[in-house]
Design a protein around this ligand. Structure first.
Ligand code: PLP
Length: 384
């Protein structure tokens, strides 16, 4: 039998969350009451005004191909958003709208990487970064963390080689919820600038922040770093629009043009009527996501107060995850133990480049979180 599957495709790891969900579903079908803490999306419906805008666009027949980088009106609105909220000055030709931030991130890897070029990724990282780098022919290089769970800058300096092309920054971060401070961004900027390394800044959790903390875009620090930055953002998390598939990037002109070319030859445009809905999301911004963030904040407070003291975790200042260390058991076994014995679905930390941790999401009701805390307390008391 001819093996038609490429080496590249064979190297890619399947999504860890999907595997957990599959097992959780099996147990559910057997009648077990599973609490699913593995979810990576807000448990809120998309705001009504966004849905209505989509329906109106459909009714009006806005159903054809659009500019493959996204309609000009939306790219202009994104420029205004970047100016207003991040103090960043971009023109519409520097914006490429794609089918989700994930798509934007993959496009950027395709646009910048020559075979064997290296991308430095601080661990713990979002599971898809290394796989995307590999698919685009590059080499992921993993940087260790410091005690705050941000990048260990001494290690970063050691990892830089003539093949280093880019660094991936994710703040607020998945899976830890950690938000880089201004000082941390300044120190990182200094290193990236001195080695002319491109910074890919994934800001998808920008608005899901707590205790008055603001997630600063590294691109806003100074003109020099902005010229070496690709800012990635999207609508999935802020507006609870995960299924709609809409994200974007803002980049220096030559990079944006390369991404636009790649997208025009592969995906064409993001969905036409979703782009119209996104205009409304950007218009109402805060009013739409504030109630969701307030609810996330209540749940986070509950977990901060009630998670058993023996469980160690970095304090999440953003996103909707806790990254927990329950002891010395490796994370896949720990996730298995929690699922089989306590009916808690969690994601093993190994997939985020951090064994001995598990990721739980608080994108679920307070009632579920109460039960989850009870089960976790019992689980840590009875650890094998
Ligand atoms: C850190 C991070 N970046 C990007 C994405 C992808 O978002 P989108 O739905 O816009 O593709 C996710 C989704 O889980 C994420 O956690």
């Amino acid at each position: 039998m001819v093996d038609y599957v490429s080496e590249k495709a064979k190297e890619i790891q399947p999504s860890a969350t999907l595997a957990v969900n599959r097992r959780a579903r099996q147990l559910q079908q057997e009648g077990k009451e599973i609490i699913n803490l593995s979810v990576g999306e807000p448990d809120f419906d998309t705001p009504g005004v966004i849905k209505e805008a989509c329906q109106a666009a459909l009714k009006a027949g806005f159903t054809k191909y659009t500019d493959s980088s996204g309609i000009l009106e939306l790219r202009q609105a994104i420029c205004e958003k970047l100016e207003r909220e991040n103090g960043l000055d971009y023109s519409p030709e520097q914006i490429v709208v794609s089918n989700g931030a994930k798509h934007s991130l993959f496009n950027i890897m395709m646009a910048i990487l020559n075979p064997g070029e290296e991308v430095i990724i601080p661990a713990p990282y979002w599971v898809s970064y290394p796989e995307m780098v590999k698919l685009a022919g590059g080499k992921p290089v993993i940087c260790s963390r410091n005690e705050r769970f941000t990048a260990n800058l001494d290690h970063l300096r050691e990892l830089i080689t003539p093949r280093t092309k880019a660094f991936i920054l994710n703040s607020p971060a998945n899976p830890t919820g950690v938000v880089y401070t201004q000082k941390e961004l300044e120190d990182l900027t200094e290193i990236l600038l001195s080695h002319k390394i491109l910074c890919i800044s994934d800001e998808i959790y920008e608005h899901i922040v707590f205790d008055g903390i603001k997630a600063v875009s590294i691109a806003s620090l100074n003109k020099e770093i902005k010229e070496r930055c690709v800012v990635v953002n999207g609508f999935s998390k802020t507006f609870s629009m995960t299924g709609w598939r809409l994200g974007y990037l803002a980049a220096p002109k030559a990079i944006a043009a390369a991404v636009a070319n790649i997208q025009s030859q592969t995906a064409s445009n993001p969905v036409s009527f979703v782009q119209k809905a996104a205009l409304v999301a950007l218009k109402y911004q805060k009013n739409l996501y504030r109630p969701m963030v307030e609810e996330f904040s209540r749940r986070r407070e509950f977990l901060l107060k009630n998670l058993p003291e023996v469980i160690f975790y970095p304090r999440p200042d953003g996103a909707f995850y806790f990254f927990l260390s329950l002891g010395k058991v490796a994370s896949p076994e720990m996730a298995d133990y929690l699922l089989q014995k306590y009916y808690l679905a969690v994601v093993p930390g190994r997939d985020f480049g951090a064994d001995h941790f598990i990721r739980i999401s608080f994108a679920t009701s307070l009632e579920n979180l109460r039960k989850a805390v009870e089960r976790l307390s019992e689980a840590v008391n009875n650890l094998p």
